[in-house]
Design a protein around this ligand. Structure first.
Ligand code: HEC
Ligand code: HEC
Ligand code: HEC
Ligand code: HEC
Ligand code: HEC
Ligand code: HEC
Ligand code: HEC
Length: 404
């Protein structure tokens, strides 16, 4: 059995009081715990910390490009997952600007602030981004488009200096128009150049591509030539070439191939790690804490909000991980009733029923269905000009301040 003090450490600490020294303390605790030979669930970690651990983790740089096969190779044996995943927003979250749907639908987009006029003009092959203050005019062809856009689409391009720049305007689906790129609004730029864009430092460029593409970073280099736009199979399951070779050998009768632990299956993760897994791109509790973002903008980070729900408890529950409600191989379900089953795995339906391990949650005094519509309210995020679903499950009261 665990000594009292160590058990207290794991069971009684609310998530919100962990200090910034998680790695050090985790190392110490693991030493203690391994010494006692007792497996214990881990706390939430930052993505940086997870990436230090051995083994695969999403957004991790690849060792070599030849370790990846691309989703087409998975199709032969996992045809259904291949077909449905192709329709998800994650799969379609990045394009060459030349194939951007909103840019084709709006051959000329404009946006004006003070003396500055922003224009994106597109034909079948190109999109040209122009900014002018009436005297000076700068332009550049757009290179990459980020975002389906379910909510918005932002653009990266290169200047003659070879560096990446982010256009200061973004297309917003709800506005069907351009607006300032979130968190990049600049009402009084010093010149046209500053008005036009923001230089994205190389380290950040690699991060954008690691979350919006697959096999984007090999070693410590961005492999712009061979990356696969969008979140495809290997972004979540790790490089697949070995698995494909092993499974082909297995199908030819080489039974030793079936013993290979050759592809990452996230289903084996503990609840804490499982939400952090999706949090590698969607931001873990720690990722949000470390960036200092607060207020409604935090609803963009579902993992952060979910683990501060009362339902999550102190150490999490396998019935309340991201995949309890979302199949990452399917497009997002927008019918709220389709999430009820997840709530009712824990919540009773009879008021006053005894709380058990199987059903630790009380029954609702108000309704029997569409739980998420009231308890996971939509929150308006100003800079995104759109609503996000608050994954902090709660009794939401009209007019209450946003619960941090
Ligand atoms: C030649 C057929 C074949 C191809 C190609 C193939 N798989 Fe598999 N895959 C299998 C079989 C068979 C299993 C079940 C094997 C087992 O349970 O050990 C499997 C299992 C899996 C699992 C679950 C593993 C586990 O340990 O639970 C994942 C994840 C997976 N495949 C992903 C992929 C991805 C991603 C690709 C493309 C990069 C791919 N597969 C390509 C045949 C294939
Ligand atoms: C490699 C990065 C990455 C990982 C890992 C990842 N996501 Fe995503 N996800 C994204 C991006 C980027 C978007 C935004 C897509 C868009 O709208 O352009 C997104 C969007 C979504 C959406 C909403 C969009 C929709 O309509 O489908 C859901 C739901 C989602 N992710 C769930 C998950 C779950 C569950 C996991 C873990 C199993 C996960 N994601 C892991 C990058 C990732
Ligand atoms: C840590 C991973 C990560 C990084 C780094 C990242 N994104 Fe994202 N991005 C996401 C996820 C997850 C979403 C979906 C949730 C949301 O909208 O916030 C998203 C959403 C978006 C959207 C809105 C898409 C839509 O319609 O839902 C745009 C546009 C976007 N990102 C552009 C960028 C650009 C440009 C960069 C780099 C300058 C970048 N992102 C860096 C993970 C990331
Ligand atoms: C956004 C992350 C993500 C992407 C992208 C993704 N998967 Fe998965 N996959 C998962 C997770 C998470 C699980 C475990 C689901 C669970 O908890 O049962 C899984 C499970 C699987 C399994 C084993 C379980 C089963 O149902 O058979 C296979 C096979 C698989 N994925 C194949 C694929 C293939 C093929 C693709 C690309 C077409 C793909 N996945 C893309 C996250 C992802
Ligand atoms: C208890 C169910 C539940 C769980 C668990 C859950 N979600 Fe959701 N999620 C929803 C619902 C409901 C929606 C809103 C669907 C709609 O109507 O558009 C949603 C929407 C989303 C969206 C779309 C953007 C938005 O905010 O509307 C993303 C991205 C997302 N979830 C990611 C995640 C991730 C990552 C996890 C794990 C940390 C997760 N979800 C866990 C129920 C859940
Ligand atoms: C893993 C089990 C589990 C799941 C899944 C779950 N809950 Fe809970 N929920 C609980 C427990 C246990 C409590 C009581 C926590 C406490 O009082 O500390 C609770 C508390 C609540 C509360 C009261 C919160 C408050 O502020 O007092 C609401 C409302 C709620 N859950 C709604 C939902 C809804 C809606 C869903 C699905 C979207 C859901 N829960 C999914 C276990 C769960
Ligand atoms: C129409 C909106 C609505 C829907 C739909 C709804 N609820 Fe509620 N729920 C509420 C309100 C409002 C309260 C607070 C009641 C009060 O305190 O007077 C509540 C309270 C709760 C509580 C706290 C109960 C307690 O005694 O502390 C739980 C748990 C809960 N709901 C779960 C659910 C689940 C699970 C579902 C789906 C089966 C659901 N709710 C559907 C509005 C709703």
């Amino acid at each position: 059995m665990l000594p009292e003090w160590l058990r207290d450490y794991f069971e009684s600490r609310p998530v919100a009081t962990y200090s910034a020294f998680a790695p050090l303390r985790m190392a110490l605790l693991w030493t203690l715990t391994l010494g006692l030979l007792i497996p214990v669930a881990r706390a939430q970690l930052s993505t940086e910390d997870h990436l230090q651990d051995p083994g695969f983790w999403p957004t991790q740089p690849g060792a070599s490009r030849s370790g990846y096969t691309g989703p087409e190779a998975c199709r032969q044996c996992h045809a259904e997952k291949f077909a449905t995943q192709a329709e998800t927003a994650m799969r379609r979250t990045m394009f060459k600007a030349a194939s951007s749907q909103p840019l084709h639908e709006h051959p000329k987009l404009t946006f004006e602030v003070g003396p500055y006029r922003y224009i994106i003009e597109s034909d079948a092959q190109h999109s040209l981004y122009t900014v002018t203050d009436g005297k000076q005019k700068l332009f550049s062809p757009l290179l990459w488009a980020f975002g389906t856009p379910r909510i918005g689409q932002s653009y990266l391009f290169k200047r003659a200096d070879g560096h990446f720049y982010e256009a200061r305007v973004t297309y917003f689906a709800r506005l069907k128009a351009l607006g300032f790129t979130p968190a990049r609004d600049l009402l009084h730029p010093k010149d046209v150049e500053q008005a036009m864009d923001r230089q994205v430092p190389p380290g950040e460029v690699k991060k954008c591509f690691s979350c919006h593409a697959t096999a984007a970073v090999i070693g410590d280099q961005l492999d712009e030539q061979h990356l696969m736009p969008g979140v495809t199979c290997e972004a979540c399951h790790g490089p697949g070439a070995k698995h494909v070779a092993d499974m082909k050998a297995l199908m030819k009768g080489d039974l030793s191939a079936s013993q290979q632990d050759d592809i990452f299956d996230p289903a084996s993760l503990m609840p804490n790690d499982y939400v952090d897994f999706c949090g590698a791109c969607h931001n873990t509790w720690w990722d949000v804490k470390l960036t200092g973002v607060t207020g409604p903008s935090t609803t963009r980070s579902a993992p952060y909000r979910l683990v501060i729900s009362k339902c999550w408890g102190k150490t999490g529950d396998p019935r309340l991980v991201c995949t309890s409600c979302h199949d990452p191989h399917l497009p997002l379900q927008t019918d709220e009733a389709s999430y009820d089953h997840a709530c009712l795995r824990c919540h009773n339906t009879v008021i006053g029923a005894a709380l058990t391990k199987e059903h630790p949650g009380k029954a609702c005094p108000v309704a029997r269905k569409d739980c998420a519509s009231c308890h996971m309210p939509k929150v308006y995020v100003k800079e995104m000009h759109d609503y996000f679903t608050d994954h902090r499950i709660r009794i939401a009261r009209a007019g209450e301040p946003f619960p941090q």
